[in-house]
Design a protein around this ligand. Sequence first.
Ligand SMILES: Nc1ncnc2c1ncn2[C@@H]1O[C@H](COP(=O)(O)OP(=O)(O)OP(=O)(O)O)[C@@H](O)[C@H]1O
Ligand SMILES: [Mg+2]
Length: 619
Amino acid sequence: MSVITVLDTQTANSIAAGEVVERPASVVKELVENALDAGASVIHVEIRQGGISYIRVTDNGCGMDETDAQLAFGRHATSKIRSIDDLEQISTMGFRGEALASIAAVAKVRLETRPLGQASGTAVEITAGEMVTMRPAGCPEGTTLTIENLFFNTPARFKFLKKDSTEAAAVADVLERIALARPDVSIRLVSQGNELLHTPGNNDLRSAIFAVFGKEAASAIHPLDYAMVPVQVSGYIGTPEAARSSRNQQCIYVNGRLVKSRAVSAAIDEAYATHLMKRKHPLAVLKIDLPTPLVDVNVHPQKMEVRFWEEQTVFRAVYHGIQNALQSGGAIVESTPLAVPGSGLAAAPAPVQIALPQPVDAPSTAILDYTAGPDMALPDPVGVLVQETPVGSERPVHDATASLQQSQASDAQAAPAVSRPKTITSLQSARLIGQLFATYLVLEHEQDLLLLDQHAAHERILFEQLVARHRSRGPAAVQPLLIPQTIEVSAREQAILLAEQENLLQLGFEFEAFGSQSILLRSLPDSGRYTLKPQAAMRVLLDTLMSDKLHSEEQIDDLYYSMACKAAIKAHDKLDVREMEQLLSDLAELEDPYHCPHGRPVIIRISRYELEKQFKRIV
Ligand SMILES: Nc1ncnc2c1ncn2[C@@H]1O[C@H](COP(=O)(O)OP(=O)(O)OP(=O)(O)O)[C@@H](O)[C@H]1O
Ligand SMILES: [Mg+2]
């Protein structure tokens, strides 16, 4: 008996739909790309429940006549190519003729469309791939597609959908990236009645960046325009100071198509390598244009990947384009030749060198604020630490229960999490010699030379302060700002902050909406003697929220850790004696002063014995 049957169209379409339609965001992407292909200059998207129950996309594009309105839902039905050869010259977003058929197979779809200049339009309703009605309709010129109950007939797929807010965020993400690709088109997104995005469509990329990423980001960018025949790179890149801890603000377009490209990401990383800390990512809206026969766009069902004819040339064009833009934007401070290590791609020739002084951390990027509480002594202007008590005043005296030496031995492994006796005797009685390389404090203690990493030490102190106060809960966890601060955010960031307002209050962040792209911040988490800088602290919070990483206690600790890291004094910050003393005194009060929150050592010890051996005083 034969066992093979050919699947009916509906089943085959539902299976194929999986390739194109993964979640509401992929539906929105397909529909908006269709609107762009139809020449729309205004596109409105409305979603409910993250797009799971409702998506509506309206455009003012060319519309479809009655025949096309029906054909559009057939598989392999497209107006965009006629044969495979056309793919070489493809200039539209769509070409597979799959999207509408796939969407219609797994949802309830309503199409209303009227071609430009025609008296009446057509309405079509399709549910689970079956045409329900088709009739003439009075509708505006252009096209509206309404998608309801996505995956209602494919429970396996429905199960994989995330919570509404996550799906809504994914929709916003897709639209933001499309909006940045097409600043000539006005794109608007409304979710549950709230406007999350609205670009002006005035063909100015900077305005689109403003609408998508907010004022702060848009004011820290440099234009980029670079050609390395046959590759043309243009767009905007962010200043190193405004870099984020995720790649959320990076959008790469190849011939107008949003793509992910390892080669281009690597080129961005390498171009910034000497200007950024590891795991920091600058804003980059890059448009890479090259002759269409030199890119293959048909390697991925969602068209997210492309194949370049010569990846290295694209890498080099992006790398040098960014270098150039940073230099002419005045952001590059570079005195050593740049290598292009480990990218797996050919090293770029060394760029033109400009020798300028070493960068110092711009005060605006640090979280700590000099404006400490009213009764705190202000440090001298070049100082970093805010001091609470005058130097030489009483400090707590602790039991001498363990020596640094012992603790060093036990801390060779990870720091034990259990509470243990304070091991500060050594620090208390150590003699401060001074600062080395503007990075380490040098101390003498009995028969040891101690080197203390000032950044790691301060990070540890701040982290402990934040966590201790959070754990104690209650109003103690809040540090009200003397003057409420306006913080510029994007519309979407504002929506996320407002959705989490209650929870964030528990963490010490008190704020309210202020206009459509800012909030009024009233308090921050209590960080003890130090005041966090509102702008930078909120940026760390937003980065965490935008990557959906604030659910567990562990993730809250991670947030505090990131804030501590950003706020802590840096290597190359010069400290005066008073500040060094303060740091030591604060550190001495910690239960484990020897490790930064992620386990790196804060203090290392070199014994007199080792030194004398080096000098061959003893053999
Ligand atoms: N908003 C729209 N305005 C005008 N025509 C549209 C619109 N959406 C779809 N169409 C027509 O319907 C056809 C089918 O759309 P569909 O998205 O399924 O395929 P495609 O865009 O050609 O290719 P792909 O599957 O790669 O997106 C399109 O080729 C186009 O002619
Ligand atoms: Mg399409």
